[in-house]
Design a protein around this ligand. Structure first.
Ligand code: XIL
Length: 320
């Protein structure tokens, strides 16, 4: 029967992908089997393995054991790889966030991190999230060690440094809650404009898509905000899609709503030239950051905890 990546590609997208939870892949064969099927998932993303705290917890000491789990799976299975992430305030070791920096020393720290980590995965990444979550929900620049040291100059600095290491990957800005087309989306558009005005390269904007059942914008509203970005000459993608029930267990009606919400998100990508693909932030409710992060919420994915396809899976397959 039809599978999601096959359907997505036939519908004109480049891929339908999923995040891979590094700790589960070797212990759970049912998980591994679905994840390794390139007809279902054409691209993988490491959920945590390429982050700064996973790759350079100690300054100058680089570790790829966790990130390589996903990269090696993708290679073995003939799947693509999305790479995530470089400059981010979170999962950032305290030697960076709490360091005392000048522009020169922090620039060198960023460049060293990129040349090692992006260099390690050179030639494997369809895209890299160069900057993650630099804007707050109310539409301000997020206060972090990078903003404190460089002001907004770190945007172009990061994209220029990334391009130097890997000229062939797509360089992305990635953030959540852009979907609501409010002050945050407007500020992210400004970030893209700042990078471009500085003559630095930016190829894409990732809409993380951490959404809520019943509060997910309509297909046409989603297409509208995606188009505000593609109008600036960047591609877009949903990079971390999950749609959570606010309370559990979810009723039958809530599961149908969740399916419609997923279909609207995927459908909006089909509606926008320059929307290249959709990635779910893990595919099974068995392994999801949602219940760990949003108290009482959960069941945000497309397979249940026993690896049965949910209504959400069927709704996506029908829209593709
Ligand atoms: C999350 C992971 O899923 C969790 O396992 C981890 O504990 C915290 O980070 N935005 C991002 C992702 O860009 O990297 C985050 O992933 C979810 C929010």
């Amino acid at each position: 029967s039809a599978q999601l990546n096959d359907l997505a590609v036939r519908a004109g997208l480049k891929y339908f992908g999923t995040a891979l939870r590094e700790g589960a892949i070797n212990s759970d064969s049912a998980y591994a089997a679905i994840l390794s099927d390139k007809k279902e998932f054409g691209q993988l993303v490491p959920e945590n393995g390429q982050k700064w705290d996973a790759t350079e917890a100690t300054r100058g000491t680089f570790t790829y054991a966790s990130g390589d789990i996903t990269a090696n799976k993708a290679k073995a299975n003939g799947q693509g790889l999305r790479c995530h992430t470089m400059v981010w305030y979170s999962q950032l070791p305290s030697w960076v966030s709490g360091g005392t920096w000048t522009k020169t020393t922090l620039q060198s720290v960023i460049e060293t991190h990129m040349s090692n980590v992006m260099g390690h995965y050179l030639g494997q990444c369809y895209a890299w999230d160069v900057i993650n979550e630099a804007v707050t929900d109310d539409g301000a620049w997020r206060d972090n060690v990078f903003l404190k040291t460089f002001g907004t100059d770190y945007f172009a600095l990061a994209f220029n440094a990334a391009k130097k290491v890997d000229p062939n990957t797509k360089l992305y800005y990635n953030d959540y809650n852009l979907e609501y087309n409010g002050a945050k989306a407007t500020k992210a558009l400004e970030l893209v404009s700042i990078v471009k005005a500085a003559g630095a390269p930016i190829d894409g904007v990732g809409f993380q898509g951490h959404l809520i059942v019943g509060s997910t914008p309509s297909r046409s509203s989603l297409a509208t905000v995606l188009k505000r970005f593609t109008a600036l000459g960047v591609e877009v993608a949903y990079t971390e899609l999950d749609i959570r029930h606010s309370s559990l267990p979810a009723s039958t009606a809530a599961q149908v709503t969740q399916g419609n919400d997923f279909a609207n998100v995927v459908g909006s990508c089909l509606d926008v030239t320059g929307c290249v693909g959709v990635t779910v932030w893990s595919f099974t409710d068995k392994y999801s950051w949602v219940p760990e992060t949003f108290s009482g919420a959960g069941d945000a994915l497309i397979y249940d905890k026993s690896f049965n396809k949910k209504v959400a899976w069927t709704s996506i397959s029908s829209v593709l």
